[in-house]
Write a protein that binds this ligand. Structure first.
Ligand SMILES: Nc1ncnc2c1ncn2[C@@H]1O[C@H](COP(=O)(O)OP(=O)(O)OP(=O)(O)O)[C@@H](O)[C@H]1O
Length: 485
């Protein structure tokens, strides 16, 4: 074992019970200059922390517990390392082995590191959202409530598929700009959610977020909704005047949903307002400057509307500065299991019940559907299935019935989805630990095969997309697929 570790790893050394380095192999010697150690003689005989900054070797010697995998960063770089205690026949710790498994993990472990970075970013977003929610609760408690704030951040946008990651990347970049954003995508794809997230990540986050669904308001009332009404313009209830959404969103973000449904006369007025940076409340004859960032959304084909003369071309270009295409759910099937989990948790919380459980065949069936209503439709189907399950467990049979009742002719389950969707078998800590004590090349090869199988399944067997997702060349993918090692 000792020789195997020594030859398979990038480098290895031994410390005695007191933490003094007593042996170092050939491989390890090349790290010495970067550690600021001139020769092996200056390394041997020194206490481990004197020559390897940030090492956790002392803890291993003191506790007798191994650190199987750790990242060590010091002036010599970042390394994936392993530290194992050495014991004598009476089980007393007599020293420890330090092993460098990988140097330059940022290149050798690129797919893992980028996944880690992405998860870390999502975690940071979630933490920020929690902090913001606490802050909002505090502000509401102090002000008696009623503030218009973003309800979602990027962490609420569930999905790590390439398509979801790309849309979040574009939206994050858009958040930093002050130009109008145009969110394009089918109904229920998360456009409104992204609008909230863009606001929450923008320099205007402390300002209000005001939404207006143009399709939901009669044309005759829209102008007053947009620009407000001056005092005295009308008799009756509106005598005192009323602020429009532009005024309410001052200093923040105005979300114009279903912009494609805007009547032509109002399109002209909106264009003028955006060009001049001023609005004219109904009946006022006065121009009022505003400071609002517009995020618009539509599920209609805006360019086709322009061609048909139903949407002004000049307004289209005014809004089309930062277009973001939000992908439909069927273009990111890999996100379905995660969405099912999040939506189930939410359903459980709302109904004060344990979240429903989804069997692997049910998930495979869900992953295969076209989801024309996207996440909203998915949620609806999940809710109906959960309601019809007495045990709280939903299988493909029950789901099939629910889909048919909802008027959907179910497409057959994606076979390649089922194995990757079923949860990994539970292993006891001891067995888990034992698995880690096998030859490293074998473990790495297994991990590679698992990653390739999962990615192939997520990409419906498409090798080009799989290679892109894993950030390896197609040639490498074919080699790895052919050699399970
Ligand atoms: N990526 C996602 N992760 C989690 N929930 C999502 C995601 N995308 C959408 N949802 C949820 O799905 C529902 C529909 O989303 P949203 O209203 O943002 O869609 P939309 O594109 O604006 O739809 P419409 O065009 O019909 O207004 C909401 O409940 C939203 O929270």
């Amino acid at each position: 074992m000792f020789h195997l570790f020594s030859s398979m790893s990038q480098g290895m050394f031994l410390a005695d019970r007191s933490g003094r380095i007593v042996w170092v192999n050939e491989g390890y010697r090349r790290f010495l200059p970067a550690l600021g150690v001139a020769s092996v003689d200056d390394f041997l005989g020194h206490m481990v922390e004197e020559v390897i900054p940030n090492t956790q070797m002392r803890r291993v010697l003191e506790t007798g517990q191994p650190v199987l995998i750790d990242l060590l960063t010091n002036q010599a770089g970042t390394f994936v390392v392993s530290r194992l205690p050495l014991r004598d026949a009476a089980d007393t710790v007599i020293g420890a082995i330090g092993i460098v498994l990988f140097d330059q993990p940022e290149t050798t472990l690129q797919p893992l590191i980028s996944k880690f970075a992405r998860l870390q970013r999502d975690l940071d977003d979630a933490r920020r959202e929690l902090a913001a929610q606490r802050g909002r609760a505090l502000v509401q408690a102090q002000s008696g409530g009623g503030r218009r704030q973003a309800k979602h951040t990027f962490a609420s946008f569930v999905g790590t598929s390439p398509a979801a990651t790309e849309v979040k990347r574009q939206a994050r970049r858009a958040a930093q700009s002050s130009s109008p954003v145009l969110l394009l995508g089918e109904t229920g794809t998360g456009k409104e959610l992204l609008a909230h997230a863009i606001h929450a990540a923008s320099p205007r986050a402390a300002g209000p977020f005001v939404g207006l669904n143009i399709a939901a308001i009669p044309d005759t009332l829209l102008e007053a909704e947009f620009f407000g009404v001056a005092p005295g313009a009308y008799t009756g209830a509106d005598r005192r005047g009323r602020d429009g959404k532009f005024k309410l969103a001052d200093g923040g973000t105005l979300f114009l949903d279903e912009i494609g449904d805007m009547p032509p006369n109002l399109q002209a007025k909106l264009l003028r307002a955006l060009q001049e940076g001023e609005i004219e409340p109904l009946g006022s004859n006065q121009l009022v400057p505003f400071n609002v960032r517009v995020v618009a959304a539509t599920s209609r084909d805006l360019q086709a509307l322009v061609r048909e003369g139903l949407f002004r071309e000049d307004l289209f270009y005014r809004l089309h500065v930062l277009p973001i295409r939000v992908p439909p759910l069927r273009a990111r099937r890999a996100d379905i299991p995660a969405l099912v989990e999040v939506l189930s948790e939410d359903m459980g919380l709302r109904n004060d019940m344990p979240p429903p459980e989804w069997q692997a065949d049910a998930l495979a069936l869900l992953a295969a559907q076209l989801w024309r209503g996207n996440i909203r439709e998915l949620r609806n189907v999940l809710e109906q299935a959960a309601m019809r399950s007495d045990s709280g467990v939903v299988d493909a049979h029950l789901l099939d019935e629910v889909l048919r009742a909802a008027g959907v002719e179910p497409r057959p389950p994606l076979a390649e989805f089922a194995p990757s969707l079923s949860p990994p078998p539970m292993e006891s800590d001891a067995a888990d630990h034992q698995r880690l004590l096998r030859p490293l090349h074998q473990q790495v090869a297994e991990l590679e095969q698992q990653a390739i199988a999962a990615s192939l399944a997520a990409n419906g067997g498409n090798k080009q997309a799989t290679a892109r997702q894993l950030q390896i060349s197609r040639a490498t993918l074919y080699t790895r697929m052919g050699s399970p090692d």
